[in-house]
Design a protein. Sequence first.
Length: 415
Amino acid sequence: MKRNIIIIICNVALLLPAFGQSLEEYQRIAAENNPGLMSAYKDFEASMQRIPQVALADPTLSFGYFLSPVETRVGPQRFKLSLSQMFPWFGTLQAREDAAARLAEATYQQFLDARNNIWYQVAASWYPIYETNRWIALEEENLAIIRSFEDVATVNFQNGEGSMVDVLQAEIRRETSLANLEIYRDKLKAQVVIFNNLLNRADTAMVKVPDTLLMTEAQEMLWRDSLLVNNPSLTALQLRQQAAMATETVAQKEGMPRIGLGLDYVAVAKNANSTVPDNGKDVVMPMATITIPVFRKKYDAGIREAQLRQESIGSSLENKRNELLTAFENAWFSLQKENRQLALYSKNIEITEQALNLLYSSYGTAGNDFEELLRTQQQLLQFRKKHAGSLAAYHTAVAKIKYLTATTEPSFINE
C-alpha cells in the first residue's frame, strides 16, 4: 500500500506532458506540497502502526526470596522464580488485527479522497484564472476598438459629418473599459493568491493558463457507473463497517475464558542432616490458570456497542450514497447547461460579428448609427465573456464529476 502512495504522489511527473506547466503539473505540485494532504497521509501512516500493536500480553516474571528459609524434607527453600503467559481465546488476536487493518485501509481511502479533493480544488481555482485572463484579453481588445471608434467619431465631428455626442459616448465606453480592466486585474491577483495557497507556495508565483480550452466529451454512463464503486469516501465507510464487525467478534471473544501457562522454579539447598535421595533437589512445577468471565455486563455492552456502530455506519453509508448521487446530478446538470450555453454564445458571437461589420461600414460611409455601433460592440464583448465563463464552468463541472467518481486524473493512479 505504501508503495502505491509513492507511485501516486512522487512519480506523477513521468506521466505529464513535456510542454510547460499544465493543470496536471499544478495538481502534482499540490499533491506534494499541500499541508492538508500531508496531514491526511500522516494519519494513514499512524493508523498503519496500530496493526503491529496487536500482540500477546507481555509474559510475567516474578522473583521471591525466602528471608526465613522454608525447611523441607529435602532441604531449605532459598528463592522462587515464576514465569507465566496469558493467552486470549482462540481467534481473538486475528479479529483484533482484522479490525486494525480495516481501519488503516479506511484511513488510506480517506487520504485518497483528500488527494482527489485537492486535485479538484486546484482545477476549480485554475479555470476561473483562465476566465479572468480571457476577460482581460477581451477587454484590452475592446478598449483598442473603442479608441479606434473614438478616433473615427472625432474625425467625423471635425469634418462636420458627425456629432459631439458620438465622441462623448465613445469616451464613456473607453473609461468604463479602463475601469473594468482594473477590476479584472485586481480579481486576478486574488485568484492567483488563492491558487498558490493550495499549492503551498509563494503568493506571487506565476500561474500559467492556456489561451483557450478544448472541449472534452462527456461520458455520463461511464461516470455514473463509477460513482458508487470508486468513490474513496464511500469505500472508507464500508471498511469502517467491516472494522466494526471485526470489533464485535473481538468483544464476543473477550467474553470467553483466557488461559495462562506458567512455570515455577524453587531453589532448594541441601540439608546436612538428611540422607534422602533427593536431598537439595530444586523444584520445577508447571502451572496452568484460567480466567472465568463471570461478570457479563461489560462484555455484553461491548458487543452491543459494536452492533450499534455498524448500524450507525450503515446509515452513514446510505446518506453518503444519496449525497454523491445528488452532487453528481447537480454537476451533470451544470455540465449540460454550460454545453448548451457555449453553443448559444458561439452562434450569437457569429451573428453579432456580422451585424457589427455592417454597422461599421454604415457609419464609415454615412456617419449613422454610432450609438448602435457601440452597443453592438459591447454586446459582442459580453457574448465573448460569457463564452469564456461557460467554458471555464464546463471544465469545472467535469472536474467535479471526476472527483465524485474518483477519475480525477486516471493517469495518476496505479493501484
